[in-house]
Structures are given as C-alpha cells and as structure tokens.
Design a protein around this ligand. Structure first.
Ligand code: NAD
Length: 483
C-alpha cells in the first residue's frame, strides 16, 4: 500500500505545509513508515492562528444549540466510521485494534457528544446582595485557543480538548502528537463534512519544539490546553507566562495502586488490577505503575498477580487474542528498555518480563516489550520515582495505613491513585489523605465525564472535564446592578 500524506486543516481547507517539509510516520507493530505528516512551520501556524482569530467573533455569536448540533454531527460521522478509525489508531500507535474499537474511538465520540450536551445545560451564577443589588456572571469564550495532545490516546485526548473549547464558543488551533497524527487528520476532514465554518477548527500537524512552540507563542492564541510530559508542560508554562495566557496542563504520573489485606481479590478485581498496570502497554497516564501490597498478603498476592501477568499475550495488534501491542516508537521502546536496565542496576529483581519480545511474520521488526514486574526496590529509587510509561510495574510491600500513604504520596507526581479495600472507613480516610487528583476505590479508569480530571504536584495545573473545562475555556465577567 502506498504511503499517504496527511494534510493540515487551515481556514476550512486541507493544505500541505507551506515549505513542503514532511515527517515519516511509523507503524509501531512493523517498524515501517506508512504515512507522512506535515512538518509545519511558523508560517502554517500563523495562517491557522489568523484564520481562528478571524472566525472567532462569528463562532462566539453562533447560538449554543447550533454549535452543539455541529459537534453531534461530527460525533455521528466518526461513529459511522468507527472501524476505520480504530484500525488507523492501532496502526499509528501500536495499540490493539480491539482496544481502539472498545475504548479510544467510542470515548472520542462520547467527548464530542458530552460537551455538545453540556453546553446546552450550562448556566451561570447570580448573587443577590441584601443592600439592593444583584450580580450575575457572564462567561465569554476566550477567542482563539491552542489544544496540544500526546500520542498515547490520540483521538481520545484530542477530542477531550477540542470539544469543550468549541462548545464554549472558542475557535481552535490544535496539534496532535507528531508520533500519532493520523486520526486527528481524519477528524479534520470530517469536520468539513460536518459543516463547521472555515477557521473554527484548525489542525496544524508537526513537531513540538517548532509547530507546538509556535502555537503557544502566537499572540492571537489566548489560552493553551496541553496534555503531555511534565518537561514539555514546564516549557509551555514558561512560554505562556509573560503573555499571561491561561494554561491547563495535564502531565505525567507515577501512580500507586494500593492493595490492603482486606481487599476483595475476586478474579474480576484481580483482572482490573492487572489491567491498571498494563492496559495500552502501560502507556496511559493513569496506569498504576507502583503496586503497593500489604505485607500480610504480599507473597500470596504476588503469586496470583504474576500468574495473570504471565498469561498476557503480546502480539500483533490485529490479533483479537492480543492484550499488549507494540510500544509507540523506537525512541520510546529504547527508553522503556533502558528503564528496565536501570531497575536491574538498582538491584531490582525482574519477576517476569524484562525483555523485548520478538514476533514472527509481519511484526518481526516491531517494538514489543514483555509485561514486566519488578520486586525489591525501595520507593526512593529512580525506578519508583520516574515515569516509565510502559508495561512495567514494581511491587512494593507496606505494613499499615500510614506506611501506605507515606509511600503512595512519596513522589513528585500526583495524578491518580487506586485503592483496594473492603473497609469503608479506611476508603474515605485514605481518599482524603492521598495527594492525587483522582482516587479510585475498588475500581480503575471508571470515568464520569462530569468530574474534575487532572493532577496535583508535577502532574499538572488545572482540571479538565465537565464544567471545569467549560470554565477554563471562558472568561467570567461580573455584572453588578444596583436597584
Ligand atoms: P510530549 O510532552 O513529548 O508531547 C505532547 C505534545 O506536546 C505533542 O503534541 C508534542 O508535539 C507537543 N510538544 C512538545 N514540545 C512542545 C513545546 N515545546 N511546545 C508546545 N508543544 C510541544 O508528551 P508525549 O510523549 O506525547 O506523551 C506522553 C506524556 O504525556 C507522558 O508523560 C504522560 O504521562 C503524559 N500524559 C498525561 C495525561 C494526563 O491527563 N495527565 C494523559 C496522557 C498522557
């Protein structure tokens, strides 16, 4: 099959990059180039930002029900091509097709529908004063905003940003990751079919330090919603601060999953605990990469857990039996393998995995890593402090509640924790003590799109989801009337 060239979407038209530079896009399962993506420069971003700026007043004045109608239409168009999107997402990112079909693409559709509905139900506050005045709050869209997303859940996170931005009446200059640009490009094509006016949604493909940086720097871009690494988040915050741009930063994590001796370790719950470490090859910011287990059940739990992890199938993302596909890039594969080597250097004992997996046939050159479980490392080792973002889980014993909280909180990150216990009081107590933006109790990745989503400490600034996202993408104005 000949490789395809993706296009930018600028001012309602699909366009090649102005200086005709292109990036190779690889299929992680085969290691082969299958597409080319614009390596956009500042001139492309300039054109997109101006188009967004010009389209902003009319889009802000468009009634909410019309904005919602267009978002629903886009959702319908994506859903109608769900299989095609799932295939493409898998091909681009290495994840199992079945996972993209079950999780990524349906969630992208839900994101669009959710914010289409949310904007219709969104109301503003009013505050009456006994002294004879009434205040009410107007929430105005910001204008043109930037949305920058990562490679791990490409369409899922791309839509999680553009949907609230558009619903709230902003125009958008968006950039998906240059590692996984394909599904956003297809969404761009469908947005024309859906009928979005030119300039309302612009998608500029390219690399972070050039295209992404130009979006963040551009004076017409009033706010930046970013999901990605903590390092890039710091760079974006530094660029945005002198222009006083609003930023929402969803960054990395080193999440604990905490299993108490009183946990209900049914087969189903054990499966969820395994999934919480290895879903999407461990490339989910919410994955529990530090598995804290109470000492009283440590040995028996480890045995049951390992048996399950060993049963996970690493394979061709097309194969329905595959649990883990390929890691997203050669670079990321090398990073994960070096983290495993580092864990060994630190004295960690690899209980299972620890190696690359060589497959036969079309996947012989793909970037596959065996699900890896490591024991025997203290919480302050680099392995337990630094985000690996791959199929690597460390086991850490703890004695009691206080010990569990100290280990769990003993990281510079604060994104998500999961807690397994049947003691209701303990669940509430720890829910309040764990310094994470999300605490799941007896579940993992159970998402209600109305809830605040995000992290504390080095996991980010601000919250997405529900009204939080609509607030981020609007500027409040207090009107005070004396009567
Ligand atoms: P990354 O920071 O390398 O890139 C993310 C996006 O930012 C990409 O589109 C990239 O091109 C762009 N970018 C890079 N440098 C930029 C710059 N200087 N200016 C503007 N844009 C720039 O992250 P990644 O490797 O794509 O994704 C993995 C990371 O994302 C992990 O750390 C993971 O934890 C994090 N993540 C966080 C969440 C969350 O919700 N908190 C969700 C998913 C992923």
């Amino acid at each position: 099959m000949p490789s395809t060239r993706l296009a930018n979407l600028i001012d309602g038209r699909l366009q090649a990059p102005r200086d005709n530079r292109w990036l190779d896009i690889y299929e992680p399962a085969t290691g082969a180039v299958f597409a080319h993506c614009p390596d956009s420069g500042a001139a492309d971003v300039e054109a997109a930002a101006l188009a967004a700026q010009q389209a902003a007043p009319a889009w802000a004045a468009t009634p909410a029900d019309e904005r919602a109608r267009l978002l629903h239409r886009l959702a319908d168009l994506i859903e109608a091509r769900l299989d095609e999107f799932a295939e493409l997402e898998s091909r681009d990112s290495g994840k199992p097709v079945a996972l993209a079909r079950r999780l990524d693409i349906p969630r992208a559709v839900s994101n669009l529908r959710f914010f289409a509905a949310a904007i219709m139900a969104w109301d503003s506050e009013s505050h009456a004063m006994e002294s004879g005045a009434i205040n009410y709050t107007l929430r105005r869209p910001l204008g043109a905003v930037g949305c920058i997303s990562p490679w791990n859940l490409p369409l899922y996170l791309f839509t999680w940003k553009i949907a609230p931005a558009l619903a709230a009446g902003n125009t958008v200059v968006a950039k998906p990751s240059e590692v996984t640009p394909c599904t956003a490009a297809l969404l761009g094509e469908l947005s024309i079919e859906a009928g979005f006016p030119p300039g309302v949604l612009n998608i500029v493909q390219g690399r972070g330090p050039t295209t992404g940086q130009a979006i963040v720097e551009h004076p017409a871009i009033k706010a930046v919603s970013f999901t990605g690494s903590t390092r890039t988040g710091a760079s974006i915050a530094t660029t945005a601060a002198p222009q006083f741009k609003k930023v929402s930063l969803e960054l990395g994590g080193k999440n604990p999953a905490i299993v108490f001796a009183d946990a209900d370790l049914s087969e189903q719950n054990l499966d969820t605990i395994v999934r919480s470490g290895f879903a999407n090859q461990g490339e989910i910011c919410l994955c529990g990469s530090r598995l804290l287990v109470q000492r009283a059940i440590y040995a028996s739990f480890r045995e049951r857990y390992l048996a399950r992890v060993k049963a996970l199938q690493v394979g061709d993302p097309h194969d329905a039996a595959t649990d883990l596909g390929a890691l997203v890039s050669r670079e990321h594969f090398d990073k994960v393998m070096s983290c495993i080597a580092k864990a060994r250097d630190e004295g960690g004992q690899v209980l299972t995995g620890g190696d690359a997996v060589s497959l036969q046939g079309r996947c012989a050159e793909g970037w596959f890593v065996a699900p890896t479980v490591i024991d025997g490392l203290a919480n302050d080792t680099a392995t337990n402090q630094q985000e690996i973002f791959g199929p690597v889980v460390t086991l850490i014993p703890f004695d009691d509640e206080a010990d569990a909280v100290a280990i769990a909180n003993g990281t510079s990150y604060g994104l998500a924790a999961s807690l397994w216990t049947t003691d209701l009081s303990r669940a509430h107590r720890l829910g309040a003590q764990l310094e994470f933006g999300i605490v799941w109790i007896n579940c993992w990745l159970l998402r209600d799109l109305r809830t605040p989503f995000g992290g504390s400490k080095q996991s980010g600034v601000g919250r997405e989801g529900g009204a939080e996202a609509l607030r981020f993408f609007t500027e409040p104005r207090n009107i005070c009337i004396r009567y």
